[in-house]
Unconditional design. Structure first.
Lengths: 233, 438
């Protein structure tokens, strides 16, 4: 008797959760294999921890964003820098989809995020929360559950030390030609080793013998319970 | 009761002169707000508003639901009401004026109305006031007693409008009313009883005005694109122009709660510089109400109107500059091409897609000068390794911002990608960070 037959929210600790109704394929086979249900869950808070802006977080989400209905906008709330339209267009995505919300106060950021989640007309919501209290995150997670948005919160890597209400939490770090993704929290067994996600088609993967040695170590990653190494500011 | 008598019984009572104009204004405002339920509204005598809701019952879900909504609307206007409902307007008027707290005031059929009216005291009927003593002396105290009297004799011995009023109440004679006409322009003003220094109190008044605006828009089949809330300050020595709050909407709206929601967000961010003595609401820009098309299956993510509502809400609280849409400009210089504009403006037609360029997703507002270690630029203490480049961008000779640059894609030791450039015309190569590959 498998536990998910009793209830979709049940799973064995050794296996990945299955049965969440709504998810969006990530577009990266190696990452999808490690995520519950094989994709980004919709209507749930997903935390991405980055050491600094610009490690490849948007490129990681790009295949998922490209699958959204073109009619539904993609909201960027309080991005750290100016989003570059030419980059978006070079990915063959419609720039009219982008909605850049730049609140001036942290309170307004949370308010705007919650309103976008409640309204539900956007297809995806990516918000940058450098400082946020766990209660606020829990509240946003609850608001997300009533919607079908792809809701990503991007937080600094130092947040890995604190608990989170998000069911899925990934720590990202740059890697040659891609990203190294460490799954810190998921509905499934603990993931010890970081994954490599290639972001450039035809780029050299770390296993390719010409330029990168096989035993190349991935950069140190923040993990729960460990102090974060000093990272490039 | 005289003024002195009242003061003797309750010395703390504050006596105010009666303001018939303000009363008439309130009544008219209530009638305007109720126009959202029926176009047939008349002002009755003794501060009464008469609504012919015969055609609206099905639409609003029956008499009970309609009464609840009317009560809520009037509650939002801070008006205390007693609602009567009957098949005849005069019958409803009498039931509404019936004294007592928990007496039935709603009837839907004529026989029940007849039974209810028969039990009412004659003193309720204004047309009977003139001969009330005489009628009491002959033992005629209720409507039933009056109807039992011979009509011809009653007609001769009482005021001529008594019998027609009685017949109208029982549904035996037709009633004629002059329905009120909604004005062509909406502009309502409420004078406040007191000086108001907080926006919360202004919001309470704005709620009354928004309800009236909602009624007016429904009656005239219009939707509003721009709303101006004007708060007037004290006149005299400290006279100052009224504070105006303008609400521009992405999508025309006509529902009062939506207008109020936006006004609330807008008002929360206003600090009053002087006390407010009057508040007025204007709707200068109206359009025809768009026809509502309902789809059989709801679309995921709601309609375009839902999204427009979201934009309105965000703009109302955060300000117009903080909610942006991409407005790409054809230019070779990245900072000039990457322009973001007003989200409420109509989007431009899509531009032809540019050739595939390798561009970073983050563009720094101002390029960051990089230090050099040896001949290599460094960022964050780490030397950068050039991966691709150069890409030469030389443009803008017609502008003060002439751009003569060689762009490179660089990587640091951790393999994070950066978009950096070297100024070409400088004598010593100066390096700048311009973008981050996200």
């Amino acid at each position: 008797m498998t536990p998910e037959r009793i209830h979709p929210a049940l799973w064995r600790a050794t296996q990945l959760a299955k049965g969440a109704a709504r998810n969006l394929p990530t577009g990266h086979a190696s990452l999808s294999a490690e995520l519950p249900d094989g994709g980004w869950p919709l209507g749930s808070l997903i935390e991405l921890l980055t050491p600094h802006p610009g490690v490849g977080e948007i490129r990681l989400l790009r295949p998922a964003l490209a699958q959204l209905e073109t009619r539904r906008p993609i909201a960027l709330v309080q991005p750290p820098h100016r989003p570059h339209i030419a980059s978006w267009m070079s990915w063959r995505l419609d720039p009219r989809q982008l909605l850049w919300v730049a609140p001036q106060k942290p309170v307004d950021t949370l308010w705007a995020t919650e309103q976008i989640l409640k309204n539900g007309s956007c297809g995806a919501l990516i918000c940058w929360l450098p400082h946020v209290r766990p209660e606020s995150l829990r509240r946003l997670h609850l608001a997300a559950q009533a919607s079908d948005l792809l809701f990503i919160a991007i937080r600094p890597a130092s947040a890995a030390q604190n608990a989170t209400p998000a069911p899925l939490r990934l720590a990202l770090a740059p890697a040659p030609g891609g990203l190294s993704v460490h799954i810190l929290k998921r509905r499934g067994p603990v993931c010890d080793t970081p994954l490599y996600v290639g972001l450039e088609p035809g780029a050299l993967t770390p296993s390719s013998p010409r330029h990168a040695p096989l035993d190349r170590r991935l950069p140190a990653l923040p993990a729960a319970g460990r102090t974060t190494p000093a990272l490039a500011a | 009761m005289r003024r002195a008598g009242a003061a003797a019984i309750a010395p703390q009572v504050e006596l105010l002169p009666r303001q018939p104009q303000a009363e008439a204004d309130t009544l008219h405002g209530a009638a305007l707000a109720l126009l959202q339920y029926t176009p047939e509204i008349a002002l009755g005598d003794a501060d009464t508003v008469l609504l012919n809701v015969g055609a609206s019952l099905m639409f609003f879900g029956g008499p009970r639901a309609l009464a609840r909504r009317i009560r809520a609307t009037l509650g939002a206007l801070d008006v205390r009401v007693s609602l009567g409902m009957a098949p005849t307007a005069r019958g409803a008027w009498l039931l509404a004026h019936r004294p007592g707290r928990r007496v039935p005031r709603r009837t839907l059929t004529l026989p029940t109305l007849t039974r209810r009216l028969d039990a009412l005291p004659l003193a309720l009927l204004p047309q009977a006031q003139a001969r009330l003593d005489w009628l009491g002396d002959i033992g005629c105290h209720t409507f039933a007693d009056l109807r039992a009297l011979p009509r011809a004799g009653l007609q001769r011995r009482s005021t001529p409008d008594l019998l027609p009023a009685l017949d109208a109440a029982y549904g035996q004679a037709p009633e004629l009313y002059r329905w009120i006409e909604p004005p062509h322009q909406f502009s309502r003003r409420i004078e406040l009883m007191d000086y108001v220094e907080h926006t919360d109190a202004v919001l309470a008044v704005a709620r009354r005005l928004a309800e009236q605006l909602g009624g007016w828009l429904t009656a005239r089949q219009l939707a509003v694109r721009r709303v101006v809330l004007s708060m007037e300050h004290e006149r005299g020595r400290h006279a100052r122009p009224p504070t105006e709050l303008e609400l521009a909407l992405a999508q025309p709206v006509w529902q009062a709660p939506q207008i109020l929601h936006l006004l609330r967000e807008k008002l929360n961010h206003v600090t009053l510089e002087a006390p407010v003595i009057a508040v007025s609401l204007l709707a200068p820009d109206t359009v025809e109400q768009p026809a509502v098309s309902t789809t059989l299956f709801p679309e995921p993510g709601g309609t375009a109107a839902d999204h427009a509502r979201l934009l309105d809400l965000l703009v109302a609280r955060l300000g117009r500059d903080q909610v942006r849409h991409a407005h790409p400009t054809p230019d070779h210089r990245p900072e000039a091409a990457n322009s973001w504009g007003d989200a409420l403006a109509t989007p431009r037609p899509p531009q032809p897609l540019p050739p595939l360029l390798d561009r970073p997703f983050w563009l720094l507002e101002t390029p960051l000068a990089l230090k050099l270690s040896g001949h290599r630029p460094q960022y964050g203490g780490q030397p950068l390794r050039l991966v691709r480049g150069p890409e030469r961008i030389e443009s803008g000779w017609w502008d003060p911002a002439l751009t003569v640059r060689d762009y490179f894609v660089a990587e640091d030791a951790a393999a994070a990608r950066y978009w950096i450039y070297r100024e070409r015309d400088a004598e010593h190569a100066r390096w700048f960070l311009h973008g981050l590959y996200a």
